[in-house]
Design a protein around this ligand. Structure first.
Ligand code: SF4
Length: 336
């Protein structure tokens, strides 16, 4: 598989009243053609900022790209003019947002919201665009698409609205689809339907997907690779099998342990990750997860962990896995 998107050493900050929030720091990853990649992490980990920087949707100021490159099909998106970026946004890269009710225009029939991108980006006539919009509604599983074309967002259920968002994002046949928490606002049954739909469309249309989520549980069926973000950095990455079979960063293990299990008794509580993420105005000198980690060692507080290769494509940023930390491991401190 060839590389479609390559993010290299990207750092984005926000200049706010209290100082510089270092939202993402030296993030690098790639997405291959036809591949589905998940970015997983809790709120404030930098996953949405990463996606919005790729789409150039960050307001600047207060946002600021400090360094890095975003190469999409060989072009650095950060160097494009806004006019050139508009030709890529919605056309070559589609995006689905978390809450379809706030993303859809409540005053416009949904069909028109699908067809307007086709007229703008693909130069279709209004009737061609309408035909394609009806086709898209059918493709995403909306019954009686001709009648639904004329209806407004409030006439759709939450799951159906998210299907419309997928139809809008895929109408121009983009090579990359970024889905930012696409199922968070939906109940679990509809969530599963939407994820299955995205997977089917990815296989059918060959679209690459970046799925952003805080829920590691939903990526197993949909994604080929997983990147776990914490405090603005990728702390673990690998194929879905590598991450689920051998989670190596204590934060990834914490995310997996916090998921409910089928074998779990009703009176058995879920295991949370205690504590809160660090202040990104003054990120810790050592590991960002230090204050919440039950395996923290002295070296974790003083020295930032480098990336360790664990074989295959599995990488982790943790002193526990770093061969140089053998002696330091003896200094292990266990936190309550
Ligand atoms: Fe825990 Fe240290 Fe690994 Fe950070 S580097 S996750 S504090 S063991």
């Amino acid at each position: 598989m060839t590389t479609m998107l390559e993010v290299k050493d990207l750092s984005v900050s926000f200049d706010v009243f209290g100082g510089e929030v270092q939202a993402i720091r030296n993030v690098s990853f790639d997405v291959k053609h036809g591949e589905a990649v998940a970015i997983v992490g809790e709120s404030g980990s930098g996953k949405s900022v990463t996606a919005q920087t790729v789409m150039r949707l960050i307001a600047m100021p207060p946002g600021r790209v400090k360094n890095g490159e975003i190469l999409f099909e060989g072009q650095d998106l950060l160097k494009l003019s806004e006019k050139d970026m508009q030709k890529i946004r919605g056309n070559k890269i589609g995006m689905i947002f978390q809450d379809p009710m706030t993303s859809l225009n409540p005053t416009m029939p949904v069909g028109k919201q699908i067809s307007e991108g086709l007229v703008k980006h693909q130069g279709m006539s209004k009737s061609e665009a309408k035909e394609r919009a009806v086709e898209m509604l059918k493709l995403v599983g909306i019954p009686t698409p001709e009648a639904r074309y004329k209806q407004y967002p409030h006439e759709f259920s939450g799951g159906m609205r998210q299907r419309v968002m997928i139809a809008i994002a895929l109408a121009c046949n983009p090579s990359l689809l970024i889905a930012d928490e696409p199922t968070t606002a939906l109940d679990v049954t509809i969530q599963a339907q939407i994820l299955r739909l995205m997977k089917r469309l990815q296989e059918q249309l060959g679209t690459s997907i970046i799925l952003i989520t805080h829920d590691l549980g939903i990526v197993a069926d949909v994604c080929d690779r997983v990147m776990v973000m914490y405090a603005g950095q990728i702390v673990e990455s690998g194929t879905t099998e590598e991450i689920f079979a051998n989670p190596s960063h204590p934060y990834t293990r914490g995310l997996l342990n916090s998921l409910p299990k089928l074998s779990q008794r009703k009176d058995e509580p879920l295991v949370p990750i205690y504590g809160t993420p660090p202040d990104l105005i003054a990120p810790p000198k050592g590991c960002g997860f230090c204050d919440r980690c039950s395996f923290a060692m002295n070296i974790c507080r003083t020295t930032h962990p480098e990336v360790t290769e664990l074989g295959g494509s599995h990488q982790v940023r943790c002193w526990l896995q770093d061969p140089r930390a053998g002696q330091a491991a003896e200094q292990r401190e266990v936190h309550a």
